[in-house]
Structures are given as C-alpha cells and as structure tokens.
Design a protein around this ligand. Structure first.
Ligand SMILES: C[S@@+](CC[C@H](N)C(=O)[O-])C[C@H]1O[C@@H](n2cnc3c(N)ncnc32)[C@H](O)[C@@H]1O
Length: 513
C-alpha cells in the first residue's frame, strides 16, 4: 500500500497518507468479547446500535464493577454514540489514525471515546472522556492531530479576512467568532462532526453562567468576585463587538448567529477546552483541538497537549499527546489542565475537586493607611511596581514566599529598623526579626479568620450536607460543586490558621526550650 515516497517522507507524512489511502468508514473495531469480563460485556451492551463498531462507554466506576447502563432516554444515548461515530469518521477522513489495527509504521489506535464518564475519585459525572481500549505503556503516543483540523485565529482570518481579524484582535475573540459562525452553518460546516459533540453552556456550567440562587451558595468565597468580574468582562467584550465589527461587517455576521447567548457558549467552550500550544514552529497559539479536547482533567496527571514537528524533507507541525504512565484496558486517560485551584476550575470548567493538590484560597492583605511608615512603604511598593493591596493564595500545605515577603514589609515597625536602613536595602526574602515575623503570622491568621467569617455556613455543616448521600445526591451538580468548594476553602483556611499558630508558638518560645 505504501509507496517508497511515502516511506521516505517520514512518519508524520506517512501517517497522513496511510489514513487517506486506507480510510473506510467502518474500520473502527469494537472490543472483542474475549472473556467473561463484565466490563467487556457491559461495554458491548452499551455499544447498542452504534455504527461502525464505535465505542460508547458509560462512566468508569470502581475496578471490577460493571459499566452502568446508558442513562437517560435511549434515544439520547444513541444520539451521543452516533455523534462519536461521526466524529471518528471525520477524524479518519482528515488524517487522524483512529483505526483499531496496525499498519505500516502505525500502531493501532489505543483510545475509545466514552459518551459519559465518572470521575472515580470524586464520584461526579464528567461528560465525554477517553478510555484505553488496550494496554498502554508509559510514553506511548496516544494520537496526533494535523493542524488543519484546529480552530485558531489564523483560521478565523482565512474565514473572515485580515480586515476583520486584525493583528490586535485577541485570539479568544477571533476563535469565538469562527466557532459561532461554524455552528450556525450546521451540517455545512467543515467542523460539524466536532461541533456536534461539544457540550452546551449548561453542561459545562462555569460559575459565570450560574443562576443567582446557585451562586449564592458560594457566598464568602473569593470565587464570587472573579465570577462577577468575568461576567462583566464578557458583557463588555460582547458590547464592544456589537458596536464594532458585528455592525461594521453585518454582511459577514448574521445577527441570529452572533447573539450574546452564542458568544457565551463560544467562550465557555474556549475557557474549558482551548489549548495553548507552546511548541509550534511559528511561536505559540491558542487552539481548539478536536479530539484532544475530549480528555478529562486529573490534577495528578502529567500528560499535556502540545505541538511537535514531524517530517523529514519538510517539517510539519501537528498536535500530539503521549501517555504519562501505563494504563490498563478500560481505564480512563487523563491529562492535566495545569496546576489549577478549585476556584479556577469552577470559573473556567464548571467543576471542583475534593482531591486537588493545587487548591488554594486567596486572602487579601493591605498596607494600613495609619501606618507610621506608610509614606516610605508606599514609595517602596510604587518603586517595585506593587500595589498597596494584594491577594495571595493560601495552599493546603504552604503559603507562597511572595506573601511572606510582602507581609514582612507591610508589618515592618519602626523598632524593626532602628538603624533606619532604606527599605530597598532590607532583605525581605529572609526573616527581619522575630517580632516582625510574629506580626506577619498574626496578620495571616487574622486574614484567614476574617475570610472564614465571610461564609454563612461552617465546615462541619458542609460536611453534614455531603455525608448525607441522599440529600447531597438530590442537589443539582452546581449546588454540589458549591458545597464541595466552600468546604475545601474553609479547610485550607483552618489548616493555615493551625500552621501559623504553631509557628507563632515556636517563635515565642525562649531559646533553648
Ligand atoms: C476539555 S473538556 C473534556 C471533555 C468533556 N468531558 C466533554 O464532554 O466534552 C473539559 C470539560 O470536561 C469536564 N471535566 C473534565 N475533567 C473533569 C473532572 N475531573 N471532573 C468533572 N468534570 C470534568 C468539565 O465539564 C470540563 O469543562
């Protein structure tokens, strides 16, 4: 099947030829019932009427338990399977190796698209996801995607022209315009099979889309502030578009395709699935990467999505994903969306995790206007380009060094600097004096206590809601996320208070004891 030329063109090119020369619409194989493994049997039941032997996996549960039957009306499950099928056929037609068989220089594709997954550790549904359909070794290439499948600012420019997609337009706005336009084209869009698997705004449910009643469950959390600011920013950006290019180029932008609702949906897609490709040969770019964006997040995963260059005679960029560890068949494959706090996850992706090593709560600290050293401190802060009020994240097991440095300055008293040394000659990276350090610790404690008082419920009350499985299960997903999130924030604040209390005691002890 392969000409020598194809072979000489190198692996990237070869793969593309492979998929176009061998593409047939139904080559994706179902998992074989080679055993009485209940997972495999349930999987086959779940495949239902799926066309082309594509996989429709219902969520992953604890090892050994069966796959759950597809939820919801049967029609809905079939529809999602058909959408998966159409997506995979589209990928195959466009040069992505999604075949469950090997070929010259090409290992069989090792993934299946699950129509609905469950985050096992959190017991929450996570929408579509990717599952290993064979054993995967650490470092295996999971798939690679040609750049011409991506939605980027560059593609928006091809669609709308340089006059509309100007150099100074943000990549997010450009891709949002492209996405809204392609969605409005329906089945005539090149990306239709991709757009059909994208969730709705309510399915993603970033906090900026929550109704007021649900948002009120987050009272006390700093995420309310970022949510409100995001909602305002989206409104302002849309208003600016309306007054600008949507009106100026009304012939290009049909009013019913570029509504505020469509804009909010497009931004929910961008925030929750766009990827910053850092290693493109022309510099970095933001992109929606079909297929790669079906991978769910696990903060403990080390895999990520990026571009790479292939080809021998001519270098070609493509997006590739490798496994970060070995996976057993039927395990869900995760990537990391980055070291994100629950507040960020809620704001951008619509979920919060109980087990999140990157979780943090921002506390606010400010220079006191009545501080006798206010003028010097303010001048110093101005000089280093820092404001007189700052937010710092408190983590489960640490607070950042920057917070300590800032607070050592804020808490500096005249007696800490009897020699009257210029502030810019003081070394804030190190303890200035025990007394200063004690004031710093007290300030952190006070800020955490004030933050805790801002929540209308206690951690114990939140735990009681979560432990009552009936009550917790009866809440909406957003409500459950809100309770989970505020409880974790309170836990961090309490742990921080405990840690600074211990440190204060240590510092107050006379030497030698
Ligand atoms: C890049 S997409 C991943 C594919 C997505 N599940 C889908 O159905 O298209 C990101 C979205 O997936 C969901 N998601 C990803 N990881 C999750 C997790 N660990 N728990 C809950 N939801 C998750 C969230 O809705 C998030 O906004």
């Amino acid at each position: 099947q392969y000409s020598t030329t194809a072979f000489l063109l190198g692996p990237g090119r070869q793969h593309r030829l492979a998929s176009t020369t061998t593409a047939s619409r139904t080559v994706l194989q179902p998992l074989q019932a080679e055993s009485n493994d209940p997972w495999i049997q349930a999987l086959q039941e779940a495949q239902g009427k799926s066309t082309g032997g594509l996989l429709g996996l219902e969520g992953l549960e604890k090892a050994g338990s069966k796959l759950r039957g597809l939820k919801g009306p049967a029609g809905e499950a079939d529809k999602r399977l058909e959408q998966n099928s159409a997506l995979l056929n589209w990928l195959a037609d466009n040069g992505v190796w999604v075949y469950d068989k090997s070929d010259w220089g090409q290992a069989p594709h090792s993934l299946a698209v699950a129509v609905d997954t469950v985050d096992e550790a959190e017991n929450e549904r996570a929408g579509r996801g990717m599952v290993a359909n064979r054993e995967i070794k650490e470092g295996d290439e999971l798939f690679h995607i040609p750049l011409d499948l991506l939605l980027t600012k560059e593609r928006a420019r091809t669609e709308f022209g340089h006059d509309v997609i100007t150099d100074d337009m943000s990549e997010y706005i450009a891709i949002a315009l492209l996405l809204m336009g392609e969605r409005a084209k329906g089945k005539d869009s090149f990306w239709a099979p991709y757009i059909n698997v994208l969730p709705t705004l309510d399915e993603v449910a970033p906090t900026w889309s929550w109704p007021e009643e649900e948002l009120s469950l987050l009272e006390g959390s700093p995420v309310i502030r970022s949510t409100e600011s995001m909602a305002r920013k989206l409104e302002a950006e849309y208003a600016a578009l309306q007054q600008g290019i949507l009106t100026k180029h009304a012939a290009l932008f049909a009013a019913d395709a570029y509504t505020f609702d469509a804009f909010r949906w497009a931004f929910a897609m961008l925030f929750s699935r766009a990827i910053r490709l850092a290693s493109l040969s022309d510099g970095e770019a933001i992109a929606l990467v079909p297929y790669a964006d079906l991978l769910n997040h696990n903060p403990f995963a080390n895999a990520y999505v990026d571009a790479r260059q292939t080809g021998w005679l001519k270098k070609v960029d493509e997006v590739a994903v490798y496994s970060d560890r070995a996976y057993k068949r039927m395990e869900q494959i995760y990537i990391s969306y980055g070291p994100k706090s629950n507040a960020d996850l809620l704001l951008l992706y619509g979920f919060a995790l109980d087990r999140n090593p990157f979780n943090s709560v921002d506390i606010t600290v400010a220079l006191d206007g009545n501080d006798p050293l206010f003028p010097q401190k303010k001048a110093f802060l101005d000089g280093v380009g820092q404001p007189t009020t700052m937010n710092f994240p408190m983590y489960n097991d640490r607070y950042p060094d920057e917070a300590l440095q800032y607070l050592r300055l804020i808490c500096l008293a005249p007696e800490d600097n009897k020699a009257g040394v210029e502030l810019d000659r003081l070394e804030f990276a190190n303890k200035i004096s025990d007394a200063n350090e004690l004031r710093v610790l007290s300030l952190i404690q006070a800020a955490c206590e004030a933050a805790l008082e801002g929540y209308p419920t206690t951690e114990e009350q939140d735990t009681a809601v979560m432990s009552d499985r009936g009550m917790f299960g009866a809440l909406t997903k957003n409500q459950r996320m809100a309770v989970k999130h505020r409880r974790q924030e309170k836990r961090i604040l309490k742990r921080t208070i405990a840690a600074v209390t211990k440190e204060r005691q240590r510092l107050s002890m006379p030497l030698g004891i």
